[in-house]
Write a protein that binds this ligand. Structure first.
Ligand code: ADP
Ligand code: MG
Length: 288
């Protein structure tokens, strides 16, 4: 039988913007000692606007570059992809036909366009390929940059800007007041990650991480004796959500994240997690 106090608490949680998929998660929430947040779409809104398009290849113009990138991104559900497609439409660009589209989860997208292999991907991907980005692509902590490779050669980049969610800072502070260490793990570049970490007063930050590395971050914290919660929105977050002691998916995120998580943030508000932790502690105090 479900203790009455838990049954009541669970239904109250639903009305506070939480969908509890795994009932033990409610009890577990009060045990959390470390919270790992994904950045894009989780601590930030994931509503990107294009700020700069830079061409780095001699025989290429901005419209062709952006049109090609948008043609690939039309097939992706990533918030970055949506921002790029919106910009291409704003500029009335004609998008070329693409073949062999593939999503490189947590890294970017790839396809063939007019016989050329096109990759649109993260700073981490570039590092993996031993390509050094130009200085002006990484100097600004306010921008997220995705790089464009044509037949393996760096041909340009697109810079975009996102916004930190209104209640992210409050959520972080209140979790910290409960004695919880708050970390961020992101596939985005170090400068952007550091800027967000500083703005929010995080206890630690992991940047340019690939999806399997997000899992390892959770495992490492668990090995240190932490009871770890992970909050994320993306396909790339799903393995980490599964590994965490409590997996929390952002409601505006992907289906795969939601299916893997114990708890869903229906209104995509980080403070709803904080409410859960505070409420969980108060509820179980009452029971004893
Ligand atoms: P986060 O971990 O902050 O949520 P993701 O792991 O979803 O970010 O993405 C990590 C990085 O991979 C992004 O910052 C971006 O550079 C790159 N990326 C992911 N998906 C795409 C895409 N569809 N197009 C271009 N780049 C992408
Ligand atoms: Mg994300």
């Amino acid at each position: 039988a479900i203790p009455l106090v838990v049954a009541i608490s669970t239904s109250i949680s639903a009305s506070k913007g939480l969908l509890i998929r795994n009932r033990t998660a409610f009890e577990e929430a009060r045990k959390i000692t470390a919270m790992v947040f994904d950045k894009t779409g989780t601590l930030t809104e994931g509503a990107f606007g294009v700020t700069r398009v830079k061409v780095l290849a001699a025989d290429l113009d901005e419209a062709t570059l952006l049109g090609t990138v948008a043609a690939l991104e039309q097939q992706s559900q990533h918030p970055i992809a949506q921002g790029i497609v919106r910009e291409a439409h704003k500029r009335d660009l004609t998008l070329p036909a693409i073949e062999d589209f593939q999503s490189l989860t947590g890294k970017g997208v790839t396809a063939t366009v007019a016989g050329q292999a096109v990759v649109v991907a993260s700073p981490g991907y570039l590092k993996e390929k031993d390509i050094t980005p130009p200085a002006d692509a990484v100097s600004n902590g306010a921008e997220t940059v995705v790089f464009v490779l044509l037949d393996g050669q760096l041909a340009g980049y697109v810079a975009l800007a996102d916004r930190i969610r209104d209640d992210s800072k409050e959520a972080v502070q209140r979790l910290q007041q409960q004695g919880i260490k708050v970390y961020m793990a992101t596939g985005d570049n170090q400068q952007v990650a550091d800027a967000v970490a500083q703005e929010l007063g995080l206890d630690g930050v992991f940047a340019e991480v690939l999806p399997d590395q997000k899992v390892n971050i959770i495992k490492d914290l668990q090995a240190q004796g932490q009871f770890v919660a992970m909050t994320g929105d993306g396909v790339n977050d799903a393995p980490a959500l599964a590994q965490a002691n409590v997996g929390i998916a952002v409601g505006s995120g992907t289906d795969i994240a939601a299916e893997t998580a114990d708890i869903i943030l229906v209104n995509s508000k980080p403070t709803d997690i904080t409410n859960l932790v505070e409420f969980g502690k108060a509820t179980y105090r009452k029971m004893i």
